[in-house]
Design a protein around this ligand. Structure first.
Ligand code: DX5
Ligand code: ZN
Length: 224
């Protein structure tokens, strides 16, 4: 479903880490990307997985891997995720003063490049960089942990970015991440998001595949 108008990206952060292959399989026919949250306990106060786990996931997952790096020094690390097979690598604007070079390196290594903005980072100063990116990830929580409440005021950033992308005819995925659920996805889609990360709402559900399908239906109905 690589060319779906809308991307549903279940976040493995809410899955059982001893059963990542099964978690990937559970949504392989109902979602588009698998979202992998990489945390280093420096950029955020939480610690998750690194390139060896992404490499192993790549070998078993049928969906493209969408790696979200919540780490310091992405210039040193980001390309490694492309090299182990990530489809997209998003890194945080707050963690670097040279996002464009990292984006070029990622594209040269064969992956898409994503720029992620945490809750307190305004979008305006990054608008001119967007042609260098395939994905703009807008956090709709403070980065670090799953299961937090969606912050609707973040949608102003989504609207601003979507307007800018439309005006410049950019092919840009605008991805929202954090607290995305059946209660919040329609507002995000209406604001102009076209990729939706959902951890708890997918893997916290009895039937993750059905939950992903339901989210897609709601988002499609509200796409602006
Ligand atoms: C948090 C991560 C999110 C997280 C979302 O920093 O970037 O991807 O998994 O989890 P939910 O959907 O539960 O808010
Ligand atoms: Zn994430």
């Amino acid at each position: 479903m690589l060319n779906s108008p809308l991307i549903i990206a279940p976040s493995l952060l809410a899955a059982d880490f001893s059963r990542l292959a099964e978690a990937a399989d559970a949504v392989a026919d109902s979602a588009d990307w698998l979202h992998v949250d990489v945390m280093d306990n420096h950029f955020v106060p939480n610690l998750t997985v690194g390139p060896p786990v992404v490499r192993s996931l790549k070998a078993v997952a049928r969906l493209p891997l969408d790696c979200h790096l919540m780490i310091e020094n992405p210039k040193r690390w980001a390309v490694g995720y492309a090299e182990v097979g990530a489809y997209n690598v998003s890194f945080h604007a707050e963690a670097t003063d040279d996002p464009v070079t990292i984006a070029k390196d990622l594209r040269a290594a064969g992956s898409r490049a994503g720029l992620a903005l945490d809750r307190d980072t305004p979008v305006e100063r990054y608008l001119d960089l967007l042609p260098q990116f395939d994905v703009l990830l807008i956090m709709t929580i403070k980065a670090g942990f799953g299961g937090q409440a969606f912050l609707p005021e973040m949608l102003d950033k989504v609207r601003t970015a979507r307007r800018h992308a439309k005006a410049g005819h950019l092919e840009l995925r605008i991805e929202v991440d954090g607290g995305v659920s059946a209660d919040t996805i329609e507002a995000a889609a209406a604001a102009g998001a076209d990729a939706f990360v959902a951890g708890t709402a997918v893997y916290g559900a009895h039937d993750p595949a059905a939950a992903a399908r339901h989210l897609r239906k709601l988002a499609s109905g509200s796409a602006g």
